[in-house]
Write a protein that binds this ligand. Structure first.
Ligand SMILES: Cc1cc2nc3c(=O)[nH]c(=O)nc-3n(C[C@H](O)[C@H](O)[C@H](O)COP(=O)(O)O)c2cc1C
Length: 321
């Protein structure tokens, strides 16, 4: 059973990957997408997206970081995949899920799901371009307007040589709104021979179990659930191994946020770090009463040291009981 940390542009960068992977439970992470248009991107662009390339393509705790590419030109995608592998990417993921209008105008992401033969051509070109030892995977939604081509796209990806497929169980049109339709993954699971990784709205152990029951997929990718519930991957793994499992408590979550502050401090302007911490707290507050209290206290603060003091204080008072 595998658990993958989802790509999330502007939210899960290498700092967040480091923080979340350090908790345990993840088998791999995927970078935010690198948009490929009509040229081979310079080395620095790959290295900025995945600083882990300088460390054998792994997080500090040894979790492989798959590099994600997005684009509709098979030849350009292949050339850039080669470059990514040359720079040390342990695997390549191809994005067929991004709903953004800007992206779709450039013909990458979910709009390609209208044309399974193009999806096939892109995966096949990337597969052919990199060494056979490098896994090429893909991530898609159920479709663009509807699910009618879900199976065609999944089979196109498999027959092009993908090692695994992640499906976010919504169409592009559904955006992030209605609940993910895990049951719509079941026919794909039955038809495919490669691992099918279920994705969408898994935020608790109970969600995981309901997703497995509905989709037949044991492997999952966690995005927002990983941020809201940072111990979720570890908890699912512990449960899977028959061990006692519990969600992370607020004291440990505070320690994780403080560790993220330490990591980012000095590398970025203070306002960037403050914005990132508030962004994470903004997600955590919806699921943790303590998170809401901390968020309310820090929301007007601009000085990182003040925010750290609040986080440290809350951590301390919880530890004291
Ligand atoms: C802010 C944001 C950024 C995202 N960026 C990417 C991305 O770069 N590549 C990608 O394949 N999916 C991206 N996604 C989709 C997520 O990886 C995931 O498929 C989706 O959020 C559903 O899973 P979840 O409910 O576990 O979050 C993004 C989603 C969000 C909300």
């Amino acid at each position: 059973m595998k658990i993958i940390l989802a790509p999330m542009e502007g939210v899960i960068d290498h700092h967040m990957r480091h923080a979340l992977a350090s908790v345990g439970g993840y088998d791999a992470c995927v970078t935010e997408f690198l948009r490929i248009t009509d040229q081979r991107l310079p080395e620095r662009v790959f290295k900025r997206m995945s600083p882990e390339l300088a460390h054998s393509g792994q997080t500090a705790t040894g979790v492989p970081v798959i590099l994600q590419l997005l684009g509709g030109d098979a030849e350009m995608m292949a050339m850039n995949a080669q470059q990514a592998v040359h720079l040390g990417a342990p695997a390549i993921d191809i994005n067929f899920g991004c709903p953004s209008r800007f992206v779709t105008r450039k013909m990458g992401g979910s709009v390609l799901l209208r044309e399974p033969e193009r999806v096939h051509a892109i995966v096949a070109a990337v597969r052919k371009a990199v060494d056979a030892s490098i896994p090429v995977t893909a991530k898609m939604r159920l479709g663009y307007e509807d699910d009618s081509l879900a199976l065609d796209n999944a089979l196109a990806i498999q027959s092009a040589g993908a090692a695994a497929l992640t499906v976010h169980a919504r169409t592009k049109v559904e955006g992030y709104g209605p609940p993910a339709r895990w049951e719509a993954l079941a026919p794909l699971r039955e038809a495919l021979t490669i691992p099918l990784i279920a994705n969408g709205d898994i935020r608790s152990l109970d969600d995981y179990q309901r997703c497995v029951a509905a989709s037949g997929c044991e492997d999952v990718m966690l995005g927002r659930g990983a941020l809201i519930n940072p111990g979720l991957a570890r908890q699912i793994k512990q449960h899977h191994h028959g061990e006692v499992s519990a969600p992370m408590d607020w004291s440990d979550i505070s320690a994780l946020i403080l560790a993220l502050c330490e990591q980012m401090q000095g590398q970025y302007p203070q306002r960037t770090v403050v914005m990132r911490i508030k962004q994470w707290l903004g997600m955590l507050r919806k699921h943790h009463a303590e998170g809401q209290r901390v968020f309310d206290e820090v929301r007007q603060m601009r000085v990182l040291a003040d925010i750290k003091a609040v986080l440290g204080l809350r951590q301390y008072s919880i530890n004291q009981g």
